[in-house]
Design a protein around this ligand. Structure first.
Ligand SMILES: [Zn+2]
Ligand SMILES: [Zn+2]
Ligand SMILES: [Zn+2]
Ligand SMILES: [Zn+2]
Ligand SMILES: [Zn+2]
Length: 314
C-alpha cells in the first residue's frame, strides 16, 4: 500500500496542481457567468430588447411592439425544439403545431373541435386516397393529390389559367427531351444522314414514276441530338421553365394555408421541382415542409443531375 502510495505520489502531485489551476479557472468562469447572469437579469427586469430595432418590450412579449418582428424564439409543443414564434409547422419533427388554426383553410377554431367549423375538414388530418399518406394540409405532400373540396376547386380554377397551360406544355416538351436519345457516336450521325439521303432518292423516284418531275420531299425530323445539343436544349428549357415559375411565385401574405394551397395547385406533374421558400431560402420538396410559407416562395426546376439539398418534410 505504502509503496503504491509513493509510486503514485509524483502523479497525484501533478494532478492536484492541475486541479488547483482548474479550480481557479472555474472560479473565474463562475464569476463571469454570474456577471452575465446579473446583466441578463437586469435586462429582464426592464423587459426584452428587440434584436431588430432595439425597442424594449414586455417580458412576456413574443413580438416587438414597435416593429412586429419576433423578439424571442418559441418552442415546438411537440418536440420542444426552438422554433420561430410565427411558424405553424415544425421543420424538426414535421408536425403541424397551431392547434387553434385550421391547417386546411386557415380559419381559427377551438382546440377541442374535431372538425373545422369553416371548411369541415378533420383536425387530425386526411389520409390521401392515392398513396395513403396522412396529411395535415389540403394537398398530399407525397403525391400532390388535392384532398379537400376547396383544394379540388382551386386546382380546377388554376388549371384553366394561361400560365398553368404554358407550364404544362413546357413540362411535356421537357419530358420529350428527357426521352430523346443522344447519338452515341459520330458513326450514328453519318448513318442517319445516309439513310435520309436514300429515303429522299427513293421518294423522288417514286414521284417521278407518277409523273411528278421535281417533287418536294418533306424532311424527316430526327429525334436524336448529339449529347452536347441535348444538354444545351435541356438547359434552355430549364431556364425558360424557371422564369415562368418565377412569374408564378407566391408573394407574402398573412395566410400560410393559402400559400401552401396555391403553390400545390400550381404544380404540374412530370417535373422534378423543389419549393424555394422566402423564409430561409431553403429548398423543400413542397411548401408543406416549410415552417413559414406565408413569406412566399416559388417552385424551381431541379436539373437532371442535380440533387440540390432538399429539406424534406417526409
Ligand atoms: Zn423591433
Ligand atoms: Zn417539433
Ligand atoms: Zn378549415
Ligand atoms: Zn398522396
Ligand atoms: Zn422554408
Amino acid at each position: 500500500m505504502i509503496t503504491d502510495d509513493t509510486t503514485f505520489r509524483p502523479d497525484s502531485q501533478s494532478v492536484s496542481d492541475s486541479q488547483v489551476l482548474q479550480r481557479g479557472e472555474r472560479a473565474m468562469e463562475r464569476a463571469e457567468d454570474s456577471q452575465i447572469q446579473m446583466q441578463a437579469q437586469m435586462q429582464m427586469a426592464q423587459g426584452i430588447a428587440c434584436p431588430y430595432c432595439g425597442t424594449v418590450n414586455d417580458l412576456e412579449a413574443l413580438f416587438c411592439a414597435s416593429c412586429g418582428k419576433p423578439v424571442r424564439m418559441a418552442r415546438c409543443p411537440n418536440c420542444g425544439n426552438e422554433i420561430d414564434p410565427e411558424a405553424d409547422f415544425c421543420e424538426i419533427c414535421h408536425h403541424y403545431i397551431k392547434n387553434d388554426v385550421c391547417s386546411f383553410c386557415g380559419a381559427r377554431f377551438d382546440e377541442s373541435a374535431a372538425f373545422c367549423p369553416e371548411c369541415g375538414n378533420p383536425h387530425g388530418g386526411i389520409v390521401c386516397p392515392t398513396c395513403n399518406t396522412l396529411n395535415d394540409f389540403a394537398f398530399c405532400k407525397q403525391c400532390g393529390t388535392p384532398l379537400t373540396e376547396e383544394a379540388k376547386m382551386l386546382s380546377m380554377e388554376l388549371h384553366k389559367q394561361p400560365e398553368y397551360l404554358e407550364l404544362v406544355k413546357m413540362a411535356n416538351e421537357m419530358q420529350e427531351l428527357d426521352m430523346a436519345l443522344p447519338y452515341s457516336s459520330e458513326r450514328d450521325v453519318v448513318l442517319e444522314k445516309a439513310n435520309n439521303q436514300l429515303r429522299e432518292r427513293v421518294l423522288t423516284l417514286l414521284a417521278n414514276d407518277r409523273g411528278v418531275a421535281h417533287p418536294i420531299i418533306p424532311k424527316k425530323v430526327s429525334k436524336r441530338f448529339t449529347q452536347e445539343e441535348l444538354n444545351q436544349r435541356r438547359e434552355e428549357m430549364e431556364q425558360k421553365l424557371n422564369s415562368l415559375l418565377e412569374k408564378m411565385q407566391q408573394t407574402p401574405q398573412p395566410s400560410p394555408a393559402k400559400v401552401r394551397n396555391y403553390a400545390m395547385a400550381q404544380k404540374p406533374y412530370g417535373l422534378r421541382l423543389a419549393w424555394e421558400c422566402n423564409f430561409k431560402h431553403a429548398l423543400h420538396s413542397s411548401p408543406c415542409g416549410c415552417a413559414k410559407p406565408q413569406l412566399g416562395g416559388k417552385w424551381i426546376v431541379l436539373g437532371k443531375n442535380n440533387n440540390q439539398d432538399i429539406k424534406d418534410d417526409k
